[in-house]
Ligand binder design. Structure first.
Ligand code: GUN
Length: 295
């Protein structure tokens, strides 16, 4: 048996088509154009590339977007001032400060300064608190994308044992909370394994749905997976590959070749979770403009 490949690129295109249609309606019926402000500090190539892709997504949707590129030595105070300006700008419905930030800038302080009603990343403590107690909120984009991938590929997590490997604030903790809720599209039994877990394979082997968000290339292998499991690979890791023109290739946290033979469905890297994150940023911006969550 080999697995079905869950095509995140195609599913994200379906979602973007839906957002684009709804955006056209929003413009005609209410005269509102969704607006997203990006704040990019420094020259981190990965951050630059992510912001560029998200900006391109805005253009495709017919959103207004603005990118403020700030030098790496900008003061925390200046970033806070810019956030305050966007908080009060009626053209802006979403504010996204690309992480990581330089070490002299306090990330928690920056995130808390964003108006939670414009926090399309879903990182503000108010949104994360509301997420935990099952209230409407902006959901962090990668976890929201994972939930959509599961539902749209016919893998409802209800009643399933979901094992999340990784406990980051951006992926592990929020996806566990989302899938734990007593709500449609969730209601799973959730286990979180992490760096403090002695032998993660004891847990991964019990997963009906395995979510790998570890940040270590190909660290989950087929022998650690239950036959027929659904695997969601969140990892984006660069590994050296002398046969590639660039000298490297991108792999996930799961060893695709061995896991593919055991799983019933698996996301590829690239082309799985990555495109879904971008689609969810756009969806959250639309929701912000439509005033759906905090009306
Ligand atoms: N850095 C890595 N992932 C993300 C994300 O989803 N949002 C922001 N703002 N920064 C990130």
């Amino acid at each position: 048996m080999s697995a079905i490949i869950i095509d995140g690129k195609k599913i994200s295109e379906d979602i973007k088509r839906e957002i684009k249609l709804e955006t056209e309606k929003l413009k005609v019926e209410r005269g509102i154009t969704p607006g997203l402000a990006f704040i990019l500090v420094g020259e981190n190539p990965a951050s630059q590339s992510y912001v560029k892709m998200k900006g391109k997504g805005c253009d495709e949707m017919g959103f207004y977007s603005i990118t403020e590129k700030l030098p790496v030595d900008i003061s925390e105070e200046k970033v806070l001032q810019l956030i305050n300006q966007f908080n009060h700008d009626p053209k802006i419905h979403g504010i996204l400060v690309q992480l990581p930030l330089p070490i002299h800038i306090n990330e928690e302080k920056i995130i808390a300064a964003i108006d939670y009603r414009k926090d399309v990343d879903g990182f503000h403590p108010i949104n994360l608190g509301r997420l935990m107690i099952g209230l409407p909120c902006f959901k962090p984009c990668t976890p929201a994308g994972i939930q959509e991938l599961l539902l749209r590929s016919g893998n409802d997590p209800a009643g399933k044992h979901v094992v999340v490997v990784g406990r980051s604030n951006i992926v592990g903790k929020p996806i566990a909370n989302i899938l734990l809720q007593k709500q449609i599209g969730a209601n799973a039994i959730v286990t979180i394994a992490h760096t403090g877990t002695k032998d993660i394979s004891i847990f991964t082997k019990q997963a009906d749905i395995l979510i790998a968000a570890i940040g270590k290339a190909e660290s989950i292998t087929g022998d650690m997976v239950k036959r027929g499991a659904v695997i969601i690979d969140v990892g984006i890791n660069k590994v050296e590959d002398i046969s590639a023109k660039s000298g490297y290739r991108i792999v996930g946290d799961v060893n695709f070749e061995s896991a593919f033979k055991i799983a019933s469905a698996i996301t590829p890297v690239p082309g799985g979770v990555g495109p879904m994150t971008i689609a969810m940023v756009l969806k959250n911006t639309f929701l912000g403009a439509r005033n759906i969550i905090y009306s």
